[in-house]
Design a protein around this ligand. Structure first.
Ligand SMILES: *Cc1c(COP(=O)(O)O)cnc(C)c1O
Ligand code: SF4
Length: 442
């Protein structure tokens, strides 16, 4: 496969994209206006091989990767566009953009909680929320293959938040793991760890491969690279080194899982992504897949069924369907919880058992990962049936609980307990856990 040139496009140079040559000035300006609040960064693969330019602006991949005015609330857009139009000075525009960003719930990631402690010191760049799995944020992996305006990472890309929890090295975390034998999984995340060069990623992974960490069975890497730059594994100068590194992990008896973000079946359709998946698999990598369910992108059961089938055909394992978090351009992408569940179940009904490894729709929220099992009636009361598939307290997991039906609720914090209860069963304990900022015991 020949190597196409990698080019990232941002507000600075996107006017050079050939497909935009005949765009009117007002349309280009509109992209720039929105980008002041919500930055973007598609690359030449996304532009040349994924986007269907005949369907722009409604093309799902275009909508995922380029700013459009609807990403901002109408009043926000009007204010910003008017300021640009009236030639407001740059500091004023910056301040306006900042105020809009602060209005988009930039603090939704809860990344500051659950920092592990080792001999009284915080292990920076790690988060230990669930007993078996520790998240790890390498500092060099804090940028991304795209800047998605629905992702809780957008404040990091817009300069609003520092990647202040990121780690310069992983030796300290490996020491922490030595005294936490219940941890079986490390999930390397970012940003996107696969923006790192193979040599740097190797430095971060090496400490986890030690012989005296036999309980660490699996290393996961969360990444959008397969969807947005599959050449990472094909033609990038260090693609082969990367595959050797993955083989080395497998040789220690551990599973290297790539948690691949795929939002739309088209991302699985190009020759490049298919070849990249094959190469990864032949290096012993297990690919699991995940995506939020998003209005304007994938809010149809057929698309999910098609996506899961395509993944299983490619020997990938469907893992999570997420509910869109309450942050960024949420008003544009959000779907009511009931709709998310309908999309999930209608898709689930259409596929064979091999696709039904997927869990969802799931809200990754402060108390844990909460799955919507459905809407039903119990004693004449219409309710959501929910369960934790991960909990800050492992005892909460897999215990069904009920919330009052609410047709427009889009997130856990919009739900109230059913049957006249004053709070959900976990709420009192959660308060204590959040105040302590402690990692789980064991
Ligand atoms: C989702 C998530 C994990 C991984 O959970 P699994 O159930 O093992 O997939 C770990 N930590 C945090 C904070 C998470 O949100
Ligand atoms: S982590 Fe995934 S969803 Fe978030 S900005 Fe990066 S590519 Fe987009």
């Amino acid at each position: 496969m020949s190597a196409p040139e990698y080019r990232a496009y941002t507000a600075r140079n996107f006017r050079e994209i050939p497909q935009l040559a005949d765009w009117p000035e007002y349309a280009l300006k509109s992209v720039e206006t929105v980008a002041r609040a919500l930055p973007f960064k598609p690359n030449s693969y996304v532009v040349d091989e994924l986007i269907d330019w005949g369907s722009v602006p409604d093309d799902p991949i275009y909508t995922l990767t380029f700013p459009r005015r609807e990403l901002l609330k109408p009043a926000h857009y009007r204010r910003l566009a008017a300021a640009v139009e009236n030639g407001a000075p740059e500091p004023r525009l910056k301040e306006l953009a900042r105020r809009i960003q602060l209005d988009l719930n930039p603090d939704a990631s809860h990344q500051s909680a659950n920092v592990p402690l080792l001999r009284g010191h915080r292990v920076s760049g790690a988060q230990h929320k669930y007993r078996e799995t520790v998240l790890f944020f390498p500092q060099a992996g804090q940028t991304c293959h795209a800047y998605c305006s629905f992702c809780f990472r957008w404040p990091q890309f817009s300069g609003l938040a520092q990647a202040r929890f990121a780690a310069k090295e992983s030796g300290t975390l490996a020491d922490y793991l030595r005294i936490h034998p219940k941890v079986t999984d490390i999930l390397v995340t970012g940003g996107d760890p696969m923006v790192m060069k193979a040599a740097l990623l190797a430095q971060y992974l090496e400490p986890f491969l030690a012989d005296d960490l036999p309980h660490l069975k699996s290393i996961r890497i969360g990444s959008k690279s397969l969807a947005y730059w599959p050449y990472r594994y094909l033609t990038d100068p260090d693609a082969d080194d990367l595959l050797r590194l993955f083989e080395k992990v497998a040789a220690t008896g551990r599973t290297l899982c790539l948690m691949a973000h795929f939002n739309h079946p088209r991302e699985l359709s190009t020759p490049a992504v298919r070849l990249a998946i094959k190469r990864l698999q032949s290096a012993g990598v297990l690919i699991r897949t995940q995506s939020p369910v998003l209005k304007h992108i994938n809010d149809k059961p057929e698309l999910w069924a098609e996506m899961w089938r395509a993944q299983v055909d490619l020997n990938c394992v469907p893992y999570y369907m997420f509910v869109e978090r309450d942050t960024g351009a949420k008003h544009f992408y959000a779907l009511p919880l009931e709709r998310c569940w309908q999309i999930f179940r209608q898709a689930y009904q259409r596929v064979s058992g091999l696709c039904r490894t997927v869990k969802g729709p799931v809200m990754s929220a402060a108390p844990g990962k909460v799955e919507i099992l459905g809407v039903t009636e119990v004693q004449d009361e219409k309710v959501f049936v929910l369960r934790f598939i991960q909990g800050r307290n492992a005892e909460w997991v897999d215990r069904p609980f009920f919330a009052l039906y609410d047709r427009s609720a889009t997130w856990l914090n919009g739900l109230k307990p059913a049957f006249g209860e004053h709070r959900f069963f976990f709420e009192k304990e959660l308060k204590g856990l959040l105040m302590g900022h402690v990692a789980p015991m064991g």
